[in-house]
Write a protein that binds this ligand. Structure first.
Ligand code: ZN
Length: 418
């Protein structure tokens, strides 16, 4: 049987997978937004591998970025013709985040990968090296077995995922719309749980706000002469809590937690001493919003809360009016409508997990952004799924090679059946 042959071939590439992943980690790829030289070396290595293997037709998209090595951010698309021109996209990203505190890397240095106890350690091992290698393996096994995939496969290796995708997926979507079709489906192996059962089909919107409360600095023993911006901030945050619970309080069981959240995460003030009422207080809040609520609606409500609070504390001192409340959006992601649980990619993935692993998949949503949303925005059903131990962005990041191999098999199944 063809599928059986393909799966056996993947098992046979285990040692090679380790080497491939270690080579990929050693090429670095820190995103220039975080001071790195970018994805060039890693992309060239993958390009060479794809060409040596004769995997398919290659399209490279280089986006100019003077900060990056050789001035470009590379994106590689590999097309493997299937029985139909409808595509199955498998998308992984080339860039990585910086290592962070080097002293915390106790197994090996971030870009000197080490294979120990069935795991490959190094920055980018799991995020997103594992997906790069498993998708390459799956495609190679299909080609070597002489099989023809059902859909046309696109292996996409893209830049800049860790910093907004302006040089990666978003660039491709804006500049090459002809590549995408509503009948396509997409797999983004960049999110998952260690048991491999979780299939992500929805994301919350994200809104980060920096809110500046401007009061009037005075001695703490004479608060009546000033305006205390701490108090203004506390009242504001209190009313935001009530607002979120009431006006934006509905629940959606796809998500955990099933409701919209808005959490204060950072605070800063200008008082250098316990007996000073500061002139300014600054708070950052991180909101994760259910997709059924437009982000604009939340923003508008926050502005209304700000004017209510301002009224409460309003005071004129020497012709100046206090307090002032400024709301600045520092990050915003409007989540597209979720992928339907009945879409072909979800159904085939469920089938694959049942058949190859004997597990019962769980469908749900998450509070963060993956590249699946780029496809959902275009109306293309997309899932984020992988089997990972969630060591991304941490010191001693690793990929479990068992997971890598077993994920490659699921991808091969999708290539043949989706
Ligand atoms: Zn990632």
């Amino acid at each position: 049987m063809m599928l059986k042959d393909i799966l056996n071939r993947i098992d046979g590439m285990r040692e090679y997978a380790v080497k491939l992943l270690m080579d990929i980690i050693s090429k670095g790829g820190v995103n220039p937004d975080y001071g790195g030289e970018g994805e060039y070396d890693k992309a060239m290595y993958i390009l060479e591998t794809v060409k040596n293997w004769g995997l398919g037709e290659v399209k490279t998209i280089y986006v100019n970025d003077s900060r990056a090595k050789n001035g470009v951010r590379p994106n590689i698309l590999v097309f493997i013709r299937g029985e139909t021109s409808e595509k199955l996209w498998i998308v992984s990203h080339l860039d990585v985040v910086p290592p962070g505190n080097l002293n915390a890397w106790t197994i090996t240095k971030p870009f000197e990968p080490r294979f120990i106890g069935g795991r490959v350690y190094g920055r980018g091992a799991e995020d997103n090296g594992q997906a790069i290698v498993s998708s390459l393996l799956a495609a190679k096994a299909v080609i070597d077995a002489g099989a023809k995939p059902r859909r046309t496969i696109v292996l996409a290796f893209v830049s800049d995922e860790e910093a907004g995708s302006r040089y990666g997926m978003e660039y491709i979507v804006s500049n090459y719309p002809e590549l995408f079709n509503k009948n396509d489906v997409a797999l983004v192996p960049d999110y998952g749980k260690s048991d491999g059962r979780f299939i992500e089909i929805a994301e919350k919107s994200i809104l980060w706000l920096k809110i500046r409360f401007k009061g009037l600095q005075v001695h703490a023993s004479t608060p009546h002469r000033g305006v205390n911006p701490h108090k203004v901030a506390i009242e504001f945050l209190h009313l935001v809590n009530i607002l979120i619970a009431n006006r934006f309080g509905s629940e959606n069981p796809l998500f955990d937690p099933p409701y919209t959240t808005c959490e204060p995460t950072m605070a800063r003030n200008t008082a250098g001493s316990p007996n000073i009422i500061p002139g300014e207080h600054e708070v950052v809040i991180d909101c994760r919003i259910l997709p059924e609520y437009p982000v604009d609606e939340l923003l508008k409500s926050f502005k209304n809360v700000a004017s209510t609070v301002r009224e409460v504390f309003l005071k004129e001192v020497e012709k100046n009016v206090y307090p002032e409340i400024e709301i600045e959006v520092i990050n915003r992601f409007d989540s597209p409508p979720p992928t339907s649980a009945d879409s072909p990619i979800v159904k085939t993935l469920i089938q694959a997990l049942k058949e190859l692993r004997g597990v019962e998949p769980v469908i749900g949503g998450i509070g963060g952004g993956t590249l699946a949303s780029s496809f959902r925005k275009l109306g293309i059903p997309a899932v984020a799924w992988a089997t990972i131990d969630n060591t991304a962005h941490m010191p001693n990041e690793y990929s479990n090679i068992n997971n890598l191999i077993e994920d490659a098999k699921i991808m091969a199944y999708l290539m043949m059946r989706s």
